[in-house]
Design a protein around this ligand. Structure first.
Ligand code: ADP
Length: 324
């Protein structure tokens, strides 16, 4: 586990991060990140959620030192990736999206080679411990090509952990993974998180982020559009506002039993209700019951709504369909 002295408050800090992929003969230049600010506190289980093409992999690849950023500052475990690239990289374990199998090695050899690559001394290697933790002990000496897809993926998790990094990144870890393996993988990820490893995972499944993560950042079209504790974010997704302009100016927004009411400019006020537990009609009835005449109303969906429309639609680079 990470050393206990001088631990950074944040496992990852990203400020003003921009990335434009250069144009090529085949494709024009592509803006992937438009100025991302993101802080992943040490010890958290942090979800990066967004539709395909939102910029999640670009962000992760910049953290991992695989893609060069265009602008901005990035720190991993307190190390600036420009000033201290090696230290930053050593603090990270990355489980990539694609399964990369070393067909010439057994799982044990594969872990030993990886440990060598990171300069982990033989006495500090823990290949067998990792194989056991990921349910691969009985395959330690098998040909990697004889492993099932699920076993290969678990081996990739083990490989990402050989150098005992304090931060583990999982990029779309359950894409194409069956339910049973998903459960096992999550159990293990929760365990190492409880032991102190900070986890950052990307997913385009809200459910996955919701089940696992204490905090969720939503990325859409190269921007972080929300970053909140999971329960707070879910509550926000579940609410709608009715903005009421009263017929006569009021000294203060009215108190409406059972509703949250907030003042808005020009004497208007917003009434929040939960979808499935209320309706515009009910809100208006409550406003009238409070003795307030209504001049005008508008309704507001949460900003996140369009992100989720885009997620269902599956491609953030194309405009999302309009709701009606
Ligand atoms: P996500 O991981 O959220 O699906 P990506 O980071 O892969 O999103 O992609 C963000 C945007 O950058 C997309 O529009 C994608 O087409 C583009 N992109 C990603 N990688 C490259 C690359 N190597 N060259 C050019 N454009 C890229």
């Amino acid at each position: 586990m990470p050393q206990t002295d001088a631990l950074p408050a944040n496992a990852i800090e990203v400020r003003g991060l921009k990335k434009t992929y250069a144009s090529s003969r085949k494709a024009p230049a592509k803006v992937a990140l438009r100025g991302v600010d993101l802080v992943v506190p040490r010890g958290s289980m942090f979800g990066l959620l967004g539709p395909n093409g939102a910029g999640k992999s670009t962000l992760i690849n910049i953290l991992a030192g695989v893609v060069n950023k265009s602008e901005g500052e990035v720190r991993v475990w307190g190390h600036d990736i420009d000033a201290k690239p090696r230290a930053a990289r050593a603090a990270l374990g990355v489980v990539p999206q694609e399964i990369v199998a070393d067909v010439f090695f057994t799982p044990r050899e594969s872990l030993e080679v990886q440990a060598g690559f990171y300069g982990v001394p033989k006495s500090e290697r823990r290949s067998d411990e990792l194989l056991a933790a990921l349910g691969l002990s009985d395959k330690a000496n098998a040909y990697v090509r004889a492993l099932s897809g699920g076993m290969k993926r678990r081996l990739m998790v083990a490989k990402a952990l050989v150098h005992n990094p304090p931060v583990l990144i999982l990029d779309e870890p359950t894409a194409g993974v069956d339910v049973e393996l998903r459960r096992q993988l999550w159990e293990y990820v929760r365990k190492i998180n409880a032991e102190g490893v900070t986890i950052l995972l990307t997913t385009h499944y809200l459910e996955e982020a919701q089940e696992l993560c204490d905090t969720i950042a939503i990325v859409n079209r190269g921007e972080v559009v929300a970053c909140e504790p999971t329960d707070q974010l879910l509550r926000r997704l579940d609410t709608r506002n009715v903005v009421v302009t009263p017929a006569e100016p009021l000294p203060a927004p009215p108190a409406l039993p059972g509703y949250e009411v907030a003042g808005r400019p020009n004497g208007a006020f917003a009434v929040t209700y939960r979808v499935g537990h209320g309706s515009v009609e009910q809100v208006l009835a409550a406003v009238r019951a409070a003795g307030v005449g209504i001049r005008d109303i508008t309704t507001e969906d949460p900003d996140l709504e369009d992100v989720f429309v885009a997620m269902t639609y599956g491609d953030a680079s194309r405009p999302a369909p309009t709701a009606d």
